[in-house]
Design a protein around this ligand. Structure first.
Ligand SMILES: Nc1ncnc2c1ncn2[C@@H]1O[C@H](COP(=O)(O)OP(=O)(O)O)[C@@H](O)[C@H]1O
Ligand SMILES: [Mg+2]
Length: 256
C-alpha cells in the first residue's frame, strides 16, 4: 500500500499487486492506449464493473465509439448486465445519439469540452460516482479539425474533469496500426498520471499467441516498466497473468 495516497483498486486480478494497490483516488487521469481490438474497452469496463461488484463504487461510462445497443449487445454476450447495474443506480452510461453528436460538432471544441465536463459532473453527483471512463477521448470533436485544436480540446476536457468531477478517470485513445507512438494526439500521455499500453498479441516460442499490456508510466508510484501477460475472460473481463515470458514481442512495443 502507498503511504502517501489513498488508492482505488482496479479490482483487476493480478494488476493491483503490480501497481502497489491501485490507482490514485480522486481527480487523476489514467490513459489506456493501443491499436484497435487490443482490449481497451474491456480493460476500462473491467475497472468500472470490478469497482461496483468488489468495492460498491458507482461509475460512469462515456462513449462515442458505438451505439448504446451495440455496446449492450456486446457486453451481454460477454456476460455483463450493464442494464441491471444502471437500473440499480450503480452505473451511468452516456452515449449520445449520432444526430446529437453532429449538432455538438458544429460548436467550438472548448465549448464542447466544457459542456461535457458539466454534464458528467451532474451525473457524477447524482450517482456519487468514484470512477469514470471516457472511451475514447477524442471523437466528440470532428476529426477534421487540426491536431492543435484537438489537443486543446483534450486538455480542456481532462483538466476540467479533474477539477469539476474529481474522480479517478480512465481515458482511452486508439493508436493507428503499426504507429510507433503511445497516443494518437501526442498530448494524452502528458496529461495522464499513468499510461497503460495494450500491446495486442505476442507470439511465444511455442508458436501460440498471448495478449499483453505494458505499464509505461505511473506518476508518484514505484512501478517498474513491466510487460504483463493478460487474458480476456468472459464475465471476468481483463485478467493479468503476471510478467510476460518466452515471447517474441514486436520491436516497436519495446521501444516505447
Ligand atoms: N467473449 C470473448 N472472449 C474472449 N475474447 C473476447 C470476447 N469478446 C471479445 N473478445 C476479444 O476482445 C477484443 C476486443 O476488445 P476491446 O476492448 O473491444 O478492444 P478495443 O477497445 O481496444 O478496440 C477482441 O480482440 C476480441 O478478440
Ligand atoms: Mg474500444
Amino acid at each position: 500500500m502507498s503511504l502517501y495516497y489513498d488508492l482505488v483498486p482496479t479490482g483487476i486480478p493480478g494488476l493491483d499487486e503490480v501497481l502497489g494497490g491501485g490507482l490514485i483516488r480522486g481527480g487523476r487521469t489514467y490513459l489506456i492506449s493501443g491499436e484497435t481490438g487490443t482490449g481497451k474497452t474491456l480493460l476500462s469496463l473491467s475497472f468500472l464493473i470490478n469497482g461496483i461488484y468488489k468495492y460498491g463504487e458507482p461509475g460512469i461510462y462515456v462513449s462515442v465509439d458505438e451505439t448504446y445497443d451495440q455496446l449492450m449487445n456486446g457486453v451481454r454476450r460477454f456476460g455483463w448486465d450493464l442494464e441491471a447495474l444502471r437500473e440499480n443506480g450503480y452505473m451511468e452510461i452516456l452515449i449520445p445519439e449520432m444526430d446529437i453528436i453532429e449538432k455538438i460538432r458544429e460548436k467550438d471544441p472548448i465549448t464542447i469540452a466544457k459542456s461535457l465536463v458539466y454534464t458528467i459532473a451532474d451525473y457524477s453527483k447524482t450517482l456519487n460516482a468514484q470512477r469514470l471512463v471516457i472511451d475514447p477521448i477524442a471523437p466528440l470533436v470532428t476529426l477534421e479539425k487540426d491536431v492543435q485544436v484537438l489537443r486543446e480540446y483534450i486538455r480542456a476536457l481532462v483538466m476540467g474533469i479533474e477539477k469539476e468531477v474529481g474522480v479517478t478517470t480512465i481515458i482511452t485513445t486508439e493508436i493507428p496500426t503499426g504507429a510507433k507512438v503511445i497516443s494518437r494526439y501526442g498530448v494524452e500521455e502528458f496529461l495522464a498520471a499513468g499510461v497503460f499500453v495494450m500491446g495486442g498479441l505476442a507470439q511465444t516460442t511455442e508458436g501460440d499467441f498471448k495478449r499483453y499490456l505494458f505499464i509505461r508510466k505511473m506518476r508518484w508510484q514505484a512501478v517498474q516498466p513491466t510487460i504483463l501477460e493478460v487474458e480476456i475472460q468472459p464475465k471476468m473481463g481483463i485478467v493479468v497473468k503476471g510478467p510476460l515470458k518466452d515471447v517474441h514481442i514486436p520491436f516497436y512495443a519495446l521501444m516505447m
